[in-house]
Write a protein that binds this ligand. Structure first.
Ligand code: SF4
Length: 250
């Protein structure tokens, strides 16, 4: 029996997430935030593959936020997008300069950057009539974020596969919720996707807490191989009666 490719497995899991969480509806106009990394490429190609066989009609466009035009990495991305006939838009904004100027002690540059990026995406989406923004967070991101909040912020708070954006105008979707990070890397390799980095000066900045949680999970997986799936499942099986904020009054 021939082995199913990782790309097909990823596409299947994206389809399952779309079904489970009603991520895509008829006539949706979906912007895919493309960074050029393995996750966002896998997300884009999965959504495009599913669109071909979907019984509903929806539109997809990739959007890339880049510091400046005519860079080598943008050229590589444009070349692949053009050759596959994928609609895209480059938006130019030197976010790392903004981050450098306004970063305060103790703030993680990438968290700050993602808030700025999110703002740019929201205003572009609402200005151009796109109603959904697809982000490339994968299963490992969901699990790590939950644990980070649990360990360091004293809250049970993770990520949602679908939520209304802060501006109330857009809907954020995260169709890679069931996809392991290692499989986005495999898919990108299988499909020859041009994984690039933007050369940002903060790329080497390490989020030590996230790194620690990542390593912790890697070690725990040796003892409990299904641990990440179990943690992800726990996010949809919350028993409020057994938590502190639902204590019976009388
Ligand atoms: S590495 Fe740079 S561009 Fe990437 S998220 Fe961090 S600050 Fe933003």
């Amino acid at each position: 029996m021939s082995k199913i490719s990782t790309s097909k497995q990823v596409i299947k899991l994206v389809g399952k997430a779309i079904g489970d969480f009603s991520l895509v509806q008829d006539n949706d106009r979906i912007l895919v935030a493309l960074s050029g990394g393995k996750d966002s490429w896998s997300l884009l190609y999965s959504l495009l593959a599913l669109k071909k066989r979907a019984p509903i009609n929806y539109e997809i466009q990739a959007v890339v936020i880049a510091p400046e035009p005519n860079t080598e990495y943008l050229g590589k991305m444009a070349s692949r997008l053009n050759s596959d006939g994928i609609p895209y838009k480059f938006i130019y904004c030197d976010i790392s300069s903004i981050v450098t100027k306004h970063l305060t002690n103790g703030t993680n540059p990438c968290s700050f950057c993602s808030r700025i990026r999110r703002g740019i995406l929201y205003s572009f989406a609402s200005g151009e009539g796109w109603n959904k923004i697809a982000l490339g967070h994968h299963l490992d991101d969901f699990v790590e974020t939950l644990l980070l909040n649990l360990f360091y912020n004293g809250s049970i708070k993770g990520m949602s596969p679908k939520l209304a954006a802060d501006d109330g105008k857009n809907i954020i979707i995260r169709p890679l919720v069931y996809v392991r990070e290692e499989n986005t890397a495999r898919m990108a390799e299988e499909m020859g996707l041009p994984v690039v980095d933007c050369g940002c000066i903060f790329q080497r900045a390490v989020d030590s807490k996230r790194l620690w949680v990542k390593e912790l999970l890697t070690n725990l997986e040796k003892e409990a191989p299904n641990i990440k799936n179990s943690i992800l499942s726990s996010m949809s099986r919350v028993y409020n009666r057994h938590l502190l904020n639902f204590v019976t009054k009388n």
